[in-house]
Design a protein around this ligand. Structure first.
Ligand SMILES: [Zn+2]
Ligand SMILES: [Zn+2]
Length: 238
């Protein structure tokens, strides 16, 4: 057993989930350099009461986006600031660095586990990618994260409750208005989604919130009672 573990470690050395440097240590952890740079940056109060984006102004209740156009989900939260994590997320998502998942899930639980459990979600639903994209990449990072959260928080996951029925252009290439149009009608909820009073939607990144909004809207229209969102990384609110 020991030998096998060592062998596997030699084949797949532990890497820093932020900068991808080989750390060599057993468990995956942030390297000393990233740590000294304050990366990843944890989300701290004050945050938007709706989406969980960090705000500069502690007097404000909501960020500008949520104040202007309140999302359909009840509340959201995130572990890290997206800024500084762009390359890491890209490797995790598109370059087969699935090995980051355990660390990301552990951090999301450490930082937001209490809040997520207070929402009392009955089921975890990862934001789906289109089957073509999934085939290209071989996996959906939101589903990997959802599965780890499911295990750590003792909440079942059902990736079949929400389907991506339309392939869309990558949201990050588009502006705010175009993102909403691009994602509109991208999801379809399974009939069983309507049986749930409280669903936890899980995704990797939250920027303008148009994906979370469209996914929640679809689940709510199918009859779900409430939707909550947990994302690994989130943009700044204004
Ligand atoms: Zn590092
Ligand atoms: Zn907000």
């Amino acid at each position: 057993m020991q030998g096998r573990l060592t062998g596997r470690r030699l084949l797949y050395p532990a890497r820093c989930p932020v900068c991808d440097r080989v750390t060599g240590a057993g468990a995956i952890s942030v390297c000393g350099i990233c740590r000294s740079l304050g990366k990843p940056e944890e989300i701290r109060e004050p945050v938007c009461r709706k989406c969980g984006k960090p705000l500069d102004d502690g007097e404000k209740e909501f960020c500008m986006d949520c104040g202007r156009r309140p999302p359909a989900y009840t509340q959201g939260c995130a572990a890290f600031a997206y800024r500084g994590m762009e390359d890491s997320i890209d490797r995790w998502k598109n370059r087969n660095r699935r090995c980051y998942t355990g660390f990301f899930a552990a951090e999301l639980v450490r930082l937001r586990g209490g809040q997520i459990l207070r929402w009392k979600p009955q089921v975890i639903v990862p934001v789906p990618v289109h089957s073509r994209r999934r085939r290209e990449r071989g996996y959906n990072q939101a589903e990997l994260l959802g599965a780890e959260l499911s295990e750590r928080l003792g909440i079942p996951m059902d990736p079949g409750l929400l389907l991506r029925v339309r392939d869309t252009r990558a949201q990050k290439e588009l502006g705010d208005g175009a993102r909403r149009g691009n994602i509109r009608g991208a999801f379809q909820a399974a009939r069983q989604a309507g049986q749930y009073g409280r669903i936890l939607l899980v995704d990797d990144i939250y920027t303008t919130g148009s994906t979370a909004q469209e996914a929640s809207r679809t689940l709510l229209e199918a009859g779900a009672g409430e939707v909550f969102c947990a994302c690994l990384c989130i943009g700044r609110g204004y």
